[in-house]
Design a protein around this ligand. Sequence first.
Ligand code: ATP
Ligand code: MG
Length: 568
Amino acid sequence: MRMSKLLVPTLREVPSEAEITSHKLMLRAAFIRRLSAGIYSWLPLGLKSLKKVEQIIREEMNAADAQELLMPALLPAEAYQASGRWDVFGPSMFKLKDRYERDYCLGPTHEELFTQTVINEVRSYKEYPMTLYQIQTKYRDEARPRFGIMRSREFVMKDAYSFDRDEKGLDESYKKMYDAYCRIFTRLGLDFTIVDADSGAMGGSGSQEFMVKSPVGEDGIAYCDACGYAANYEKAPCAPTAKDYLEGDLALEKVATPDAHTIEELVGFFGYENHMFAKTILYKADDKYIAAMVRGDREINEVKLKNLVGCTDDLELAEPHMVRELTNAQVGFAGPIGLDIPVYADLEVVEMKNFIIGANDTGYHYKNVNVNRDFTPDFVADIRVVTDGDVCPKCGKPIKTAQGIEVGHIFKLGTKYSDALGLTYQDDSGNDNVVVMGCYGIGVTRCIAAAIEQNYDDNGMILPVSIAPYEAAVVAVNVKDDAQKDLAEEIYRELKKRGIDVLIDDRDERAGVKFKDMDLIGIPARIVVGKKAADGIVEYKKRTDEKATDMTVAEAVDALCEFIIENR
Ligand code: ATP
Ligand code: MG
């Protein structure tokens, strides 16, 4: 391809709409353009990378015996109503009506439709195991679309679904997808961690996420360098850790704390460390209210709590007027004593002694509180977020935490959808059995953002060869110089002949502009044809090299081809 013909409106300035590196660079390198919140167009360079990512995924899925098909994105409501997810998705689902007032949605994920397809099309149980997949656009009206295509409202997902006769079959299908995912993310050049994930209150027997560690990731990962254990925050179990408290069985005291609402303010007021306090937070769980307690230096893990409570919708913080109604106090003074809603306490809370809690009275706290003497929680369980220094549940060594970008998710669904929609098969003895399912997603568009987050420098992207829009570039420094122009064209033809996906920068621009663009776009290797063209000498430089090296044309072409072929 010729740079002179390509639509690459690169930007020198960092667009103000972008907060994270991948988003900034994708805009600057003219990969994407924003149309509206969480909705992006793909310009030629970005689309070319996207197609490469899709192709890698496709090859590995096919190699794992998965069959590609394509479903519509515009979907009638019925299948989602039958599974119950028409309501469960809530505001995240884009819903619309046709001219006859019939309900439709834009597909957020396709379990129902694949199940329906198998019900309609599979004639005999002998066709199982079967794994079907598609690479298709998904729609989710995210509460906080952000970071460009990292969390968008329209995005490309690869979603696969496996269908097996029994659990053992599912285990095998799942393992095949697990292995395929490892190959895919390795080929995409991602440094990834596989974590145990929460499979939700709704069932499912196992689930893992493929995470790319990155400070901009929105998921928390707990991992252990000693034994390799890794789990996401939702799943990572937390054992109570010991702390020092005041000795003895001290008498309960109500203390005026007029200006102290938060743990920080209370620490300042009492002069105790924050583990001496317990936080009581009120939540709305579907249509009822609950209170949750953790030690003052901890955070509540809302997914663990939700699973424990068993509610359908995500937990929401109780509205301030409800906090006032339930506690008879302003926000900031809630506590378990005398509270008339179920109290869920973290495991650590029951190990605390002589601690401080809100008194359900504006401007007051209780001190020297002791569990079972002053109040008894209705439920005691692990409901907190794991932190650095917690112990590994596998080997007991200290856990580390990091932020991660979820690029893939594999999930043993079991019979949730086959039960709901009636996907059964008759075996040879005439018995009816329910088909056992798994589902497997990859955020195709998100993978590109994740790859950029892991590979960039001050000058731009450093994309892996496998997904860079072009593998290599030939740059003619001065296209008005015939010797340079002709040699650049010759090298370009040769590289194409050798199967390299190559770009020629034949623009009549200053050399500096061309180099800046090639660096920004992250072209993995380039040959620059300059003043020494007449002597048959060119410069060869990989994107990661500090400096270019002078070489003969043949040497440069060989070096480039070797590098590209090795790193594809
Ligand atoms: P998240 O927790 O990031 O919202 P999810 O768990 O809801 O994701 P899944 O339903 O597991 O997502 O979807 C499969 C994959 O699709 C995810 O692993 C992720 O890579 C990708 N994905 C999900 N939501 C988005 C989005 N809004 N924008 C881009 N990619 C997404
Ligand atoms: Mg997920």
